[in-house]
Design a protein around this ligand. Structure first.
Ligand code: OGA
Ligand code: MN
Length: 366
């Protein structure tokens, strides 16, 4: 008997608006019952991307009814979510990545759907905007929506998102995770995502990592068949949902997007953003630590001599250092207004998958 679809339909309803009293709200500690448990995370002691709170401050939960499902409440420092939103709307939707628009229009190498929208300086997004029509982007190994298979068409997976995913996976005890495919879903307020499983990957031992931004979603998580009654949970701006273990192949869906007063950017960025800025500019670099010393201060959570909380020079990995600089630079240059306009009626979900078993590659599949 299908116990999934009736719940999907119940939450999808517009009139009357569904009763949300059974939707699990991890942010509301009072709701913590025997069914919901705090999950202790492992600090991977890895150099990390800027804009993430220290792991000891992250709050993660599991549900007894859905082993292998992990919810991490927004671990981003205030305002830093917007870097990822910006990447989803701008960088990731550019060539060579693939979007739903490619079936209808020829995208040039330099087309930025986002910048074209920003330049219009509008107060609303309308149905005629290309940005409105952007519904999905695929990254890495591109997913074929018709055959429901990954093709051997591969474009480099974004390095920043790969670092973020690997860090999240490591925190949950999956240090070998390799981000190989990504799907960015762009939702309007009336969008839904029907119940499905994600089984096209060849490695089902690796977790599936999903990060949400913008307006909040009701997310349904069921079992490996539709005969399990799903649980409904809220996924909000910055929240991370991970499906692993017994929930890796579970049915899931998004029956509803709900208006919240999510503001993606604080009016003032943390003051240390400018500290970091001086630290990443070699000419102004006032830090007396060697790179290793700086790394040590970051890992022990001390304040670096340059005044920064975890100096950007902490990282001996050049590419991570470049990414961290880029995060700060992007945030300083953001058009806040355009993000406000987009996100007040949209949700973005980034879904990151490891496709292959370790050592396996195309066409050596299965
Ligand atoms: C998906 C998916 C969930 C979400 O893209 O496969 O399940 O929260 N997305 O949008
Ligand atoms: Mn899915």
């Amino acid at each position: 008997m299908d116990l999934f679809q009736p719940v999907f339909k119940q939450y999808k309803k517009r009139h009357p608006f569904p009763d949300l009293k059974d939707v699990i709200d991890f942010k509301n500690a009072k709701q913590l019952t025997q069914e919901i448990e705090r999950f202790s995370l492992k600090d991977p002691a890895l150099p990390q991307l800027v804009g993430l709170h220290p792991v000891k401050e992250w709050k993660a939960y599991t549900l007894n009814k859905h082993p292998g499902l992990y919810i991490i409440l927004n671990p981003f420092e205030s305002g830093f979510e917007c870097y990822w939103v910006s990447q989803c709307l701008d960088k990731y939707s550019q060539k060579p990545n693939i979007t739903n628009l490619d079936a209808h229009i020829e995208r040039t190498e330099d087309l930025s759907i986002w910048n074209d929208f920003v330049k219009l300086n509008r107060t609303e997004i309308t149905k005629d905007d290309l940005l409105w029509k952007l519904r999905w982007t695929t990254l890495g190994y591109h997913y074929n929506w018709d055959t429901k298979e990954y093709s051997d068409h591969f474009t480099p997976f974004p390095a920043d998102l790969s670092f973020l995913a690997a860090y999240i996976a490591a925190v949950l005890g999956y240090p070998q995770f390799s981000a190989e495919a990504g799907i960015v879903n762009y939702y309007h307020m009336d969008s839904t995502l029907a119940g499905h499983t994600d089984h096209s990957e060849f490695d089902h031992d690796a977790p599936l990592i999903s990060i949400s931004f913008g307006q909040e979603a009701i997310f349904l998580i069921g079992g490996v068949t539709k005969e399990t009654e799903p649980s409904a949970i809220f996924l909000r701006h910055g929240d991370i949902c991970v499906m692993a273990g017994a929930s890796r192949l579970a049915y899931h869906a998004v029956p509803k997007i709900i208006h919240s007063d999510t503001r993606p950017l604080p009016t003032e960025f943390p003051s240390w953003l400018s500290d970091h800025m001086s630290c990443v500019t070699p000419a102004n670099h006032t830090c007396s630590f060697s790179e290793e010393g700086c790394l040590a201060t970051a890992l022990t959570d001390q304040t670096c001599s340059c005044g920064s909380k975890g100096c950007l020079n902490m990282c001996t990995d050049m590419s991570l250092k470049e990414i961290n600089k880029d995060i700060i630079k992007t945030l300083l240059e953001l058009d806040r207004n355009a993000f406000d306009i987009y996100l007040k009626s949209s949700r973005i979900n980034v879904n990151i998958r490891q496709v292959f078993k370790p050592g396996q590659t195309f066409p050596n599949k299965r």
